[in-house]
Write a protein that binds this ligand. Structure first.
Ligand SMILES: Cc1cc2nc3c(=O)[nH]c(=O)nc-3n(C[C@H](O)[C@H](O)[C@H](O)COP(=O)(O)O)c2cc1C
Length: 278
């Protein structure tokens, strides 16, 4: 709340960023590094309240324990940390500890419920959380390690759950970027695939960064530049004319498909009518 000339004005802030910062500050006080604390804060904001004792091997941090635990942990080892009464899974990486988000995403069953009733999926897992997050975002960065010349099966499983976005250009007006890591190959193939996914969902792609691991400072700088480009595109509502033409051609292709399926996919047909695309 701020007061100006005797008048009060209110700033509404979502709970999630406040909880993220609060948890990050608590984590720093407990002895975690700044970058570690930020990932922990973000994870806490995404987790539901959790009852203690459910998970065995839970690590309850105190500044002394954080120090000791850091020495004990082997690279790639995962532990669970109790922060603000949420159980946060954490991995030991080259850059320090990083909180993991443990979402459960099941395979699409091709029931077409999301087309019939607009995003009404009968599978009650975490896919809808992520889909909603994408809808609420101005920019999205897709990231995947390369597994056998493609994105991971896990990311593809999630993409399969988003086919409603493809029918209804769900990411129209948003901007995307991509990051791929590999042992050495297929980087272009994977970045092209992520760009393709982005375009068919209606988003404009600002570019991608691919790298072998371990990641060099040069590649980190490239990734930072890509992030800046994404932020600039969002801020100035940049238009990439060639991509807009592709998005338009995708829309006219789907116009025929939606019209042909107007009885079965009545939810999506109604959406197309409301958007004035039919
Ligand atoms: C199942 C599997 C398949 C992989 N396939 C490829 C591949 O086709 N090409 C390649 O260059 N690296 C491949 N890799 C190496 C990973 O891309 C690389 O280790 C990863 O990008 C490192 O990122 P991370 O530390 O986040 O896992 C593969 C790794 C695994 C586990």
């Amino acid at each position: 709340m701020a007061e100006k000339g005797g008048e009060r004005s209110w700033v509404m802030v979502n709970r999630a960023p406040v909880l993220t910062l609060w948890a990050a500050v608590v984590a720093e006080v407990l002895g975690f590094e700044h970058d570690e604390a930020l990932t922990l804060g973000r994870a806490v904001a995404g987790l539901n309240a959790y009852s203690k004792g459910v998970s065995l091997g839970l690590f309850q941090p105190t500044p002394k324990e954080v120090k000791e635990q850091r020495w004990k942990m082997r690279k790639d080892e995962t532990v669970t940390i109790d922060l603000l009464h949420r159980a946060v899974p954490v991995k030991h990486t080259d850059e320090g500890l990083r909180a993991l988000r443990d979402l459960k995403i099941e395979f699409c069953r091709h029931c077409e419920s999301c087309h019939k009733k607009m995003m009404d999926c009968p599978i009650k897992d975490d896919a809808h959380l992520l889909l909603k997050k994408m809808l609420d975002s101005d920019g999205i960065i897709f990231a995947s390690p390369i597994y056998i010349n493609q994105i991971t099966g896990y990311l593809k499983t999630f993409f399969d759950r988003s086919s409603h976005f493809i029918h209804c250009l769900g990411l129209l007006g948003k901007y995307t970027g991509a990051v791929a890591t590999s042992g050495g190959g297929a980087q272009e193939v994977v970045l092209n695939y992520l760009e393709h996914f982005s375009t068919i969902c209606g988003a404009q792609y600002v570019g991608g960064v691919s790298t072998t691991v371990p990641v060099t400072q040069e590649m980190r700088d490239k990734a930072t530049k890509m992030g800046e480009l994404l932020a600039e595109a969002i801020k100035n509502k940049r238009e990439f004319p060639e991509q807009m033409r592709e998005i338009e051609s995708h829309r006219s292709y789907f116009k025929r498909i939606i019209e042909a399926h107007k009885e079965e996919w009545s939810g999506e047909y109604k959406y197309w009518r409301e958007m004035g695309w039919l």
